[in-house]
Design a binder for this molecule. Structure first.
Ligand SMILES: [Cu+2]
Length: 172
């Protein structure tokens, strides 16, 4: 009697094992169907031009975007938002757009010792096309400027921020 019970129990185990295997193979088929299609690979990115830019910078020491394409010869409106919580002294951010051919890294080096002028080096002011002031957490500023066709570097000149806070604006 006991033996018979064991045998039927084993049979049940085998049956349920078979069932779970079936389920597994069905799931694998579903996974294959969600694989990316070839269409996404052939899509080509297009340069989107906009002369209204909202640029955010937070306590993570980054701009939320680092590349823009604008229309040359038309006024650009840029709003810099410091979305962070920290003070201007600890995590201040600005936006400085430089003339073509300017060395943004050299500018940042000089700016680091220009605390008295909010990290805008007086001797390199001639390289600046436009800039915001230094903003602390939750502060915003809107500036306007017009660019001729070309590629322009921008940066945050707060000490140590250049490495992660720089980008380019292309005017076409
Ligand atoms: Cu910054």
């Amino acid at each position: 009697m006991k033996k018979l019970f064991l045998m039927s129990f084993t049979a049940l185990m085998i049956m349920s094992c078979g069932d779970s295997k079936k389920e597994e193979s069905t799931q694998t088929e579903i996974d294959y169907s969600t694989a990316p299609s070839e269409d996404t690979e052939t899509a080509t990115p297009q340069a989107k031009t906009t002369n209204h830019i909202v640029l955010k910078a937070g306590d993570d020491m980054r701009y939320d975007k680092t590349e823009f394409t604008v229309k040359a010869g038309e006024e650009v409106t840029l709003i810099l938002m410091n979305t962070g919580e920290m003070s201007k002294e600890a995590m201040g951010h600005n936006f400085i757009i430089l003339k073509p051919g300017s060395d943004a890294s050299a500018f940042a080096n000089k700016a680091a010792s220009a605390k008295a002028t909010d990290y805008i080096p007086t001797e390199l002011k001639s390289e600046i096309i436009a800039n915001t002031k230094l903003l602390g957490g939750k502060e915003n500023e809107q500036i306007k400027f017009t660019l001729q066709a070309g590629t322009y570097n921008f940066l945050c000149s707060f000490p140590g921020h250049f490495a992660t806070m720089n980008g380019t604006i292309t005017a076409i």
